[in-house]
Write a protein that binds this ligand. Structure first.
Ligand code: 16G
Ligand code: MG
Length: 551
């Protein structure tokens, strides 16, 4: 392997993928994400960056996922995955943005050389990259750009094809742990499906088969996962996939999927004729890393079971298993949420286990969850998983149970470590996990829903001139800037029974978000709009343009 960059070849390939001069790109919480038509140069440069990251990490395999998740079909995006299947280390996000924004080929070469120098990258190391894409029509073209970037650094490519985001994360970890004592699983799609289905079948053995489960695949890549896992479940769970039209133009995430369900709090219209009273269903998002559950109650009302409800169900189950296994004093189970978690869920959980609140974004939740022996994390929007520390896995393997009940609980915990995708939130794995807990608890959707009653809440967006003027602390629950605004919000909140409200700048849109909850719905709405009014006034909005609902 040469210890030099092949500048001539990088330049030649870079000229095939010029950066549009009028655009600026940013590697944000979900990687690069924008219209698929303007991502050619970004994908080329991400190919270079992923290769350099691999060299930096001694030839470990880096993942690249081409997806725009729940966004409209014409969008696309790209994210890097670090060797343990986790999101790219935060300090490299800036390198990604720098490479993506180099205006010309010579600027790009200079940026690469600078990165090699400051990150002390040994160019003689090998580079290995595995990549996958969702079902978007722009995917194949963008993957071709990515491949040119990999070729420019002479990385060894591995094409995972059309896969869900969590499968790509799984593959990265499986490849990098192959043949070690931490081997995560066979490094293939089959390995992933076998691992999940095998653990699921052990966990529900002897339990009654639940009614068939409707799965809304958002017309995205999750549809393929359902058809691959179904035959492996041996009839222990019957899945009825809907919204599986992955090649129908415009169908992806359109009036369906987890994001639709969470933001509209409605059943996707396409499911109306399929879901019967008391039947459960769930929705994946476009890349199958988010999950929403729901059911129709006896009065024919739609009831949503979101990430908070999943967290309550799963965390409660794990806490009980740890207790029943006789490991209560050895294993500390904790839960991580964000300020968006419904106050009732936080109250329910805090009575059972330690709860941490962190800023929005998967990386914050994931890292906080790693601090527990078993860390459960979920965002209200349905993204989440459970992490078992390596010490915990050793404890589970070596603990000697003293009663048959302890032995059963211990077995269940070990099987959960196999069922749960510990690299990232995974709609398929989380769905199976929910079904396991419901089977063990003998719960219907109604009983699960009754664990706690959600406080009515309202989310409002405020368009302001400069959202960066809004700065927060205490996991986004307090505003430190603009000065004095938090005091005004506190004064308002005090007037509402069960009131809570916070304000934060969005990380993905040019807006400020206001969240409010209160004991009754009309009060939650009113509080949200009044806080939005304070935000609008503080941000110097035009009084004649002040939205009239901002009381
Ligand atoms: C991103 C985050 C998600 C978060 C959302 C908030 C990842 C992979 N995704 O999609 O966790 O809930 O942003 O969006 O971290 P907002 O900042 O616009 O409210
Ligand atoms: Mg997603």
């Amino acid at each position: 392997m040469s210890s030099q960059l092949d500048v001539k070849e990088i330049s030649r390939l870079s000229e095939l993928h010029p950066k549009p001069s009028h655009l600026r790109y940013q590697y944000g919480t979900s990687g690069f994400r924008t219209l698929g038509t303007v991502l050619d140069s970004v994908l080329f440069r991400v190919g270079i960056l992923a290769s350099l990251r691999s060299k930096k990490l001694d030839g470990k395999t880096i993942g690249v996922m081409v997806t725009a998740s729940h966004n409209p079909e014409e969008d696309n995006g790209v994210k890097l995955v670090d060797p343990r299947g986790e999101m790219l280390e935060a300090s490299w996000e800036i390198h990604a943005s720098v490479l993506a924004n180099a205006s010309t080929t010579s600027d790009l070469i200079e940026a690469i050389e600078t990165l090699v120098r400051i990150a002390k990258i040994d160019l003689s190391k090998p580079a290995r990259v595995v990549y996958g894409r969702d079902t978007r029509p722009s995917g194949p073209f963008l993957v071709a750009s990515l491949r040119d970037g990999l070729a420019a650094i002479k990385a060894e490519p591995r094409d995972a094809g059309v896969v869900t985001t969590p499968i790509l994360h799984y593959l990265v970890r499986a490849i990098n742990t192959k043949g070690t004592k931490d081997a995560y699983g066979d490094d293939s799609e089959d390995g992933y499906f076998d691992k999940l289905s095998g653990a699921f079948k052990k966990l529900v053995a002897g339990k009654p088969t639940p009614p068939p489960l409707i799965v809304d695949c958002a017309n995205g890549v999750g549809a393929g996962s359902i058809s691959k896992i179904s035959p492996r479940l041996d009839g222990q769970l019957k899945l009825l996939p809907q919204n599986t039209a992955t090649s129908t133009p415009g169908a992806l995430n359109n009036a369906c999927g987890a994001d639709y369900v969470k933001t509209t709090q409605k059943l996707p219209p396409s499911l109306a004729n399929h879901l019967k009273a008391n039947q459960r269903g769930c929705s994946f998002d476009g890349d199958a890393d988010r999950l929403m559950y729901f059911y129709i109650d006896e009065r024919n009302q739609f009831r949503m079971l979101d990430g908070d409800k999943i967290a309550a169900l799963v965390a409660g189950f794990i806490v009980d298993l740890v207790k029943n296994a006789g490991l209560e004093s050895e294993l500390k189970v904790g839960i991580v949420q964000t300020a968006y978690a419904n106050g009732s869920s936080t109250k329910y959980l805090a009575e059972r286990l330690p709860v941490r609140c962190v800023p929005t974004g998967v990386k914050h939740l994931h890292h906080a969850a790693e601090r527990f022996d078993i860390g459960v994390y979920f965002e209200a929007n349905g993204h989440g998983t459970v992490l078992f520390s390596s010490g915990t896995q050793e404890t589970l393997a070596s603990h000697e149970p003293t009663t048959p009940a302890q032995s059963t609980a211990l077995n269940h915990l070990s099987n959960l470590t196999q069922l749960i995708n510990q690299t990232v939130g995974d709609a398929l794995s989380d769905m199976l996990l929910v079904e396991v807990v419901l089977a063990h608890r003998s719960y219907s959707g109604f009983e699960w829903d009754s664990l706690y009653v959600d406080l009515p809440n309202r989310l409002v967006k405020v368009v302001v001139e400069d959202r960066h003027a809004f700065q927060t602390e205490d996991a986004e629950r307090q505003l430190v800037s603009p000065k004095g605004l938090q005091g005004k919000i506190d004064d308002l909140v005090r007037r509402y029974d069960g009131g809570r409200s916070f304000v934060r700048p969005s990380g993905t849109e040019d807006v400020v978000r206001v969240y409010a909850e209160a004991a009754i719905k009309s009060q939650a709405d009113e509080l949200a709009f009044r806080v939005a009014g304070l935000v609008y006034d503080e941000a110097g909005g035009d009084p004649s343009a002040r939205p009239k609902e901002f009381l």
